[in-house]
Design a protein. Structure first.
Lengths: 333, 238
């Protein structure tokens, strides 16, 4: 089975949970920007959570899919259609005929994830299918999709075959079958009021009191230079109490750096392995998905919580995903 | 000896839901960096259950773990005990074997367009820049920024030069440059503001190679000058 790329869209890349274990060689983690949406997409079609998915950004591709494919789309709503009909997001969709998948306007969020049962059959580079654009490796030949590409699909899991059997029982008219249930994503649905929760990072105490006040009490704008490496914000300038001699040290997803111009940068999937700018705060892991779905010129506000609270939210999220998996298993058995 | 190592204490702190930071000091020094490497070598040999990876820097190491694997409501507390335990039994006084990596460089000309600028800034000749740069022994403090990019210590201040005022959009892979008191080699094509003094035919990062990164933290780098013809020949062999 394969997918033909009729039109590549703005930047469609294959991503999984990231390339772990090679940061000591300067190899960045990469991976899906919205890890939550990406995991849900895989779970919906019976894939391993770490299977490569297609990350679609702002302007979606046009793809030709073969009869028999089981797919799902999660994350940002970029108006997906299948053979001209509205595509039902957040659930497994079984194609009874060959179909063409298209995207339209960004209705909510800006990054969508397409998972296909069996996954994309691309070679793993350092145990990962993620595309590392700058170093040009991983994913599909180390680059975003191009017109005319043919993506081969792997072998479906037992769970995927069971989902298909279940969907074949649904006698819907038309070229695809989908269940009536779906996995909602409240963060994408309520993206207009974006409060980002953060905890203090290592140079918090080196930031001037006035700037700390501004950081938590003013709105920041997402700059259009934001990308997979990081989201650049503009608004009030953040200043240090005094000049700080920094030695390059660790940074991770969610680190908020303050470069000399005072405009905060939130580091994301394609961040460097280490950084030398002061770090004011760190976005809690469950709120990363809110940031990566923001389009340029969106507004955000920061709210401080404790690292302990962030840890609790992390566990809550994992428990939710675990329950989701169990519920889907019950539905298909 | 045992007294000596038991006196050493690293600072361990939680930095996110999934990572702990181990700090061995606060300044760039060979001694502190050696502690970083001793600790990392241990983690390479004996990663603990639930460890995802570690990221070494000049003076610290962040250790990333899977909180769910710690089977505790306070996963960091579990990790802290593990890390404390590891550090208490490490012998930081051991001398590691010196591993020298020699890197051929074709200096100046088209491959090192800023070498005259570097000479001018320091009031010396181009030949002197080459001599000083290739006589040095450089310690790889860490690999970061890009795949296989070494942060090197030990450059002579006689060839120091500030970054270019406007960065180049694309610096080709293999370029050898100077920025302030640092020298380095670009492993992949990236934008950058370093003063370029030459180019090596070697690949600092190669997916086809078993070790992928030519260099690792703790290596000693020595540069040696080659002619343009030798550069072309070595480039073909690579």
């Amino acid at each position: 089975m394969s997918i033909s790329v009729l039109n590549p869209g703005l930047q469609s890349t294959i991503q999984d949970l990231g390339r772990h274990g090679y940061q000591k060689y300067g190899v960045i983690v990469s991976g899906a920007m919205d890890v939550y949406a990406m995991r849900i997409a895989n779970i919906a079609v019976g894939n391993d959570e770490n299977e490569g998915v297609l990350e679609i950004t702002m302007i979606g591709p046009s793809l030709e899919l073969e009869k028999g494919a089981l797919i799902s789309i999660t994350g940002g709503n970029i108006s997906p259609t299948i053979n001209g009909k509205k595509f039902p997001m957040g659930r497994p969709v079984y194609l009874k005929e060959d179909c063409v998948l298209n995207f339209g306007a960004c209705i909510a969020g800006c990054r969508s994830y397409l998972a296909i049962a069996g996954g994309f059959a691309v070679p793993e580079v350092m145990e990962s299918k993620s595309t590392y654009l700058r170093a040009q490796f991983g994913g599909f030949n180390g680059r975003p999709l191009k017109k005319g590409d043919i993506l081969n699909i792997g072998t479906k899991s037992v769970a995927a075959i069971k989902i298909i059997e279940k969907l074949q029982e649904i006698t819907q008219k038309g070229e695809f079958a989908a269940p009536s249930w779906y996995i909602g994503d409240s963060t994408v649905e309520n993206i207009n009021s974006t409060i980002i929760r953060v905890f203090k990072d290592r140079q918090f105490d080196n930031i001037s009191d006035e700037s700390i006040n501004k950081f938590f009490n003013s709105e920041f704008n997402v700059d259009n230079k934001s990308d997979r490496m990081g989201y650049r914000l503009c608004g009030e300038k953040i200043e240090l109490k005094e000049r700080l001699e920094m030695i390059s040290e660790e940074v991770s997803v969610g680190t908020i750096q303050i470069p000399p111009d005072g405009n905060p940068i939130i580091l994301l999937a394609d961040r460097q392995t280490t950084g030398g700018y002061p770090k004011i705060a760190h976005v809690v892991s469950v709120d990363i998905q809110k940031i990566v779905q923001l389009k340029p010129n969106s507004k955000i506000k920061f709210k401080q919580i404790t690292l302990k609270e962030a840890e609790r939210l992390y566990f809550e999220r994992e428990k939710y995903i675990d329950e989701l998996k169990k519920a889907i298993r019950l539905t298909i058995l | 000896m045992d007294m000596e190592k038991s006196k050493f204490k690293a600072k361990i702190s939680q930095i996110s839901e999934t990572a702990a930071l181990v700090e061995f000091g606060r300044e760039i020094s060979e001694d502190i960096n050696k502690k970083v490497r001793t600790f990392c070598t241990y983690l390479d040999d004996k990663p603990f259950y639930g460890m995802v990876e570690y990221v070494p820097a000049f003076t610290s190491v962040s250790v990333i773990y899977n909180p769910l694997d710690m089977k505790s409501e306070s996963p960091y507390e579990v990790v802290k005990v593990i890390l404390d335990n590891i550090i208490s039994k490490l012998d930081f006084s051991l001398e590691d074997e010196e591993h020298i990596v020699e890197i051929p460089v074709c200096y100046g000309g088209e491959l090192g367009q800023d070498i005259e600028q570097v000479a001018k800034i320091n009031n010396i000749t181009v030949d002197e820049v080459i001599k000083i740069h290739s006589e040095g022994k450089y310690l790889v403090y860490m690999i970061g920024f890009a795949p296989g990019f070494p942060y090197l210590g030990g450059m002579s201040e006689k060839i120091a030069a500030p970054r270019r005022e406007s960065p180049r959009i694309a610096i080709p892979a293999g370029s050898v440059g100077i920025a302030g008191m640092q020298t380095g080699v670009y492993p992949i094509e990236t934008p950058g503001g370093w003063q370029l003094i030459g180019k090596t035919p070697l690949k600092l990062f190669d997916l086809k190679r078993n070790s992928k990164s030519l260099l690792k933290a703790g290596d000693i780098v020595k540069f040696y000058p080659i002619s343009y013809e030798e550069y072309v020949q070595l480039k073909e062999e690579e």
